[in-house]
Design a protein around this ligand. Sequence first.
Ligand SMILES: Nc1ncnc2c1ncn2[C@@H]1O[C@H](COP(=O)(O)OP(=O)(O)O)[C@@H](O)[C@H]1O
Ligand SMILES: [Mg+2]
Length: 274
Amino acid sequence: MGGPKKVSDKKIKAFIDLFDNHAAGAVKAIRDYHLAHEKLLTAGLIKATHSGKLLLSVQDLTKSYKVGRQKVEALKGVSLDVYEGEFIALTGSSGSGKSTLLQLMGGLDKPTSGSVTVDGVVLTKMSDRKLSEFRGRTIGFVFQFFYLQPFLKLGRNLEVAGMFARSKRHDRKDRISELATAVSLADRVDHLPKELSGGQMQRAAIARALFNNPKIILADEPTGNLDSVNSQAIIELFEKIRTEFGTTIVIVTHDKEIARRADREIQLRDGVIV
Ligand SMILES: Nc1ncnc2c1ncn2[C@@H]1O[C@H](COP(=O)(O)OP(=O)(O)O)[C@@H](O)[C@H]1O
Ligand SMILES: [Mg+2]
């Protein structure tokens, strides 16, 4: 093998010039792109999307349930990435595996195989105790049927998550009024759930999910039990939460309007993404 070929200084100079021109062109193109992007954002012509940081990653997830001697394969190898600040709609017909996927993404259940990573932590490798502590800090859940404690006043319902996190009572009180205001329920803090409407109960459940300032909210058909006016209010609330707190949001929904308003729709069919 001979040594490297001698290249003339002239050739090197020409190459450097060419490279500089390309680099300057690229820098200008990127700057133009950002300026144009900002203008479109300001004009409301495009939506603010995510920061580009990977927050949740699902790899080759499968989940089977045993029902008697029968095996149900609810998820048959699902992979997806969710970026910080994204608003995602998870859709698909009944029985396609949406709730199963959402529960696995939130570490509420263990997959048959595959992995779930949230904020750099592999949930599928964690002990139950560590997982439940991590979940409380990082993930907020919202369900179709609210699951408020019927015997606790709204304020107490909101702080349940904070009690597990062993925060101080005084700080929790501040947080309760802050969140009750954010979901327009400041005047209902001393009411029992049965004294609230469906829409108000769901707003309370969302406030509860926000208590520990989670990075991500996972909501399973949060408007499934509400009329269209209340559904609309809930979606606007999620949009506000995403904008104001930067919370990443994944919503399981049948509602076409919600899917349309999301940054991205992920559709499941028979346990796979289509
Ligand atoms: N706990 C369970 N035990 C047995 N089968 C289940 C269980 N949960 C879900 N399944 C089955 O897994 C499949 C997917 O269910 P699910 O994730 O609830 O779908 P979706 O939320 O899209 O309606 C369905 O066939 C359902 O019957
Ligand atoms: Mg479901």
